[in-house]
Write a protein that binds this ligand. Sequence first.
Ligand SMILES: *Cc1c(COP(=O)(O)O)cnc(C)c1O
Length: 427
Amino acid sequence: MKHQTSATLFERAKQTIPGGVNSPVRAFKSVGCDPIFIDKAEGPYIFDADGNRYIDYVGSWGPMILGHCHPKVVEAIQQAAATGASFGAPTEREIILAEMVREAYPNMEKMRMVSSGTEATMSAIRLARGYTGRDKILKFDGCYHGHADSLLVKAGSGAATFGVPTSPGVPADFAKHTLTATYNDLEETKALVAANKGEIACIILEPIAGNMGCVIPRSGFLEGLRALCDAEGIVLIIDEVMTGFRVAFGGAQERFGVRGDLCCLGKIIGGGLPVGAFGGKKEIMDMLSPEGGVYQAGTLSGNPLAMTAGITTLSLLKQEGFYDQIEEKSAYLEAGLKAATAKYSGPTCFQRVGGMFCTYFQAGPVNSFADAARSDTDLFGKFFRQMLEGGVNLAPSQFEAGFMSIAHSQTDLDTTIAAAEKSFAAL
Ligand SMILES: *Cc1c(COP(=O)(O)O)cnc(C)c1O
């Protein structure tokens, strides 16, 4: 490929940074080429170090729903920086953001700000364990909740009683407390809960699974989990780090009308700066230190620059019709991409909720990780490289969602669809 400077930077990065990247998927390993290094971004575009411009559907993996460098967000961060980057003491801005979040997620009666989605889910799980006095947790195969030890776990073989670590460095003793069920399989989940009666602290899930493409909850799945948790005294943790402020201002919980006991946010809530949040029922949240005994802390938690970026971003998202516009743009792209697949003889399946979507290289439908795993990842890699050549930046993995921003224009969408026609034709 023509990426001269990116190639040089990648070689140099590998000398000081493992794999040359600070987060694995950035290395492009699953799409068979070397990563592009980014120079700058603006609106719907990112520019690499080699001088190429791309229409961007990664959006920093979700946060940039306003497009890159929204002038109001840039200005707010600049002004905040001039009055202090960090105090390690409370500010009014933390309250303002918490109040804005609670308005959109009324079940987050109280919340804590943290600096990443990983911290939010890790803390929510500790809190659920402290609240229930139980050790086990239940997650779904293919859902990603950050990289805390107890979450890097896959289903064990056979009856799936014990979890098995997916990463060296995670003690089997930790993983055994994590049970894993099949996404969208309520009966299997119920059976797993029955087999571990009175032992499960929480069920955690992505309400739309965006870390295996875009897997939509079957009708009754979320409702069934809610009823199961109520019946068994289990804390339901809805991980909206990706879907929060993405599929609606009030996230998937607003969209589907099912509420968690605890909820995790991240990505968009920080407007591109590092922020996460977890919150829920007062009764549970008040168990956190210093009110209660469950310890949780952060030197940079509630950071003033990050709070400012979050407040400014959320106030722009609240504008009338914002999510209708995201829906309209995404539906237009969906129709165009589906039409473009006529240029290709193999099977594809497009799944979307609002401004998050995925094209799977298989017939579908995709309802679980086992389904997603049937995709032809080599073909996806080829498609990805063709699209990049055509000036379109997709997430560099079959198992990631694409994200629409408000800055994508009709011309950008048409250019994307034209590039997709060429890319499908070349497969
Ligand atoms: C991105 C993501 C996380 C982890 O957030 P980080 O900020 O990367 O630590 C957790 N849960 C979900 C659903 C995510 O998409």
